[in-house]
Design a protein around this ligand. Structure first.
Ligand SMILES: [Mn+2]
Length: 433
């Protein structure tokens, strides 16, 4: 018997990949975890008769000879499959779009970095000329859109976009997708609101009633702006701020709401590199301690804020570097793997140069690619200190026509890097809907 399964807390990408796998492996029985995201559950319950789904307890695990796993590569994310882990004759296939190696030990796998797992499967479906029904196309598209934030998350790839086009050609129904994808106020949002209400505090700052709430969230959550709005209304404060620390991913998001003319949220958020209008706004910080941010919001409202957003708030870290004796060939490979356009070159821990894609133009001959990177890197290095402003960084980058600026502390140690993208994000208005 063959089964196909996916991870617990099944999202649309996982469920779409599960169904796509049944097209690629027609013999396989789809086995679905019990714990499914609410919007996927709603979708399944409305299309129940289309899929013959089984739960893990409904199959005889002793009879399973092949297990196809989609959208994950580790045992711990599967539900009730422990018995299979010890089975010697089990053949495992994995389709996954996450980096890093799991512990499934597949005999065959398709693992590539993509915005969604179902993208990988659609590529194969297209190659094999398997016909899709509009319903299948719709489900698959929901998978891509959810995992890529409608192709806006930085993880989205051109392949994801090709897959979207293919699904639209195959009559994916966008109005159905809109009904099921991330309802504005769903289970996730409700849980966050409850947590915020549990820790709610109000203070008086400059005569205004204000509430600042700090909270950890798991990964990306849609519509936090709506949650903060509800929080402001329920607490009946003049202004409220949510500081959301993204668990595991690093970085924070600040969302503010105001019902009083005296507190202009857009102006406050601009101090943090974000934006908005008087009633609502947000900012995204790459680093920062949430207690420190709370204090800074206080200071900004009080008007005590000395400096606005600093380089340390927008820089990327840790910094990926290459040693100066690495060959150009190897550097080219890492550049391609990481999808970057360049990195700092170090000797030990000392910054000695920068290598970027355009330096490769200097290496024309095949033999030159075997030379160490120090022969081609640029040694005229501009740096910046963490306390400077993003405007300063942008000015240096424009003046010297460079795309990245290492951030060094007072001891000359490199602690981060500011890229053109980082400074662009700073100028970009991060306004919530
Ligand atoms: Mn996924």
């Amino acid at each position: 018997m063959q089964i196909v399964t996916t991870h617990k807390n099944t999202d649309f990408d996982a469920f779409a990949s599960l169904i796509a796998a049944t097209l690629l492996y027609p013999e396989a029985i789809p086995v679905i975890p019990k714990i499914i995201n609410p919007n996927v559950k709603a979708f399944i319950s409305m299309h129940k008769d289309l899929y013959e789904l089984k739960l893990a307890k409904e199959i005889d695990q002793a009879k399973v000879t092949r297990m196809i796993v989609v959208d994950t590569n580790s045992w711990s994310r599967l539900e009730r499959m422990k018995d299979l882990a010890n089975k010697d004759d089990l053949e495992i296939h994995v389709w996954d779009h996450h980096e890093g190696s799991g512990d499934l030990n597949p005999v065959w796998k398709c693992q590539e970095k993509m915005g969604s797992a179902v993208t990988l499967m659609i590529r194969e479906i297209k190659k094999r000329n398997i016909q899709l029904t509009p319903m299948q196309a719709t489900l698959f598209l929901a998978g891509i859109y959810e995992d890529t934030g409608n192709l806006t998350f930085p993880s989205s790839t051109a392949e994801d976009a090709y897959a979207v086009a293919y699904l639209l050609e195959n009559k994916a129904d966008l109005s159905i997708i809109n009904t099921f994808l991330s309802p504005a106020y769903g289970e996730k949002q409700k849980n966050i609101l409850f947590k915020m209400l549990k820790n709610a505090k109000r203070t008086k700052i400059k005569g205004h009633t204000v509430s600042i709430n700090k909270l950890e969230v798991d990964g990306h959550v849609n519509n936090l702006a709506l949650v903060v709005k509800m929080y402001t209304d329920i607490l009946n404060v003049e202004a409220a701020f949510g500081i959301f620390e993204k668990n595991g991913e690093g970085g924070c998001m600040i969302i503010g709401r105001s019902k009083t003319q005296g507190l202009d949220i857009g102006e406050i958020m601009r101090k943090f590199g974000g934006g908005g209008h008087p009633g609502a706004g947000s900012a995204m910080l790459k680093s920062g301690d949430i207690d420190e941010i709370e204090k800074r919001i206080n200071d900004v409202i009080l008007g005590n804020q000395k400096a606005g957003v600093q380089i340390s708030d927008i820089m990327s870290f840790p910094v990926f570097t290459v040693q100066s004796d690495t060959t150009m060939q190897d550097v080219a490979m890492v550049l391609r793997d990481k999808g970057c356009t360049g990195f700092p070159v170090v000797e030990g821990t000392k910054l000695v140069g920068i290598i970027s894609r355009r330096d490769f133009r200097k290496a024309r001959k095949e033999s030159q690619l075997k030379a160490p990177v120090k022969a081609f890197m640029s040694t005229n290095i501009q740096t910046i200190t963490p306390g400077k402003s993003p405007v300063e960084a942008a000015r240096i980058m424009v003046k010297h026509d460079i795309g990245r600026l290492p951030v060094v502390d007072d001891d000359g140690k490199m602690i981060g890097i500011v890229t053109r993208t980082d400074s662009m994000h700073y100028f970009y208005d991060l306004m919530p809907e």
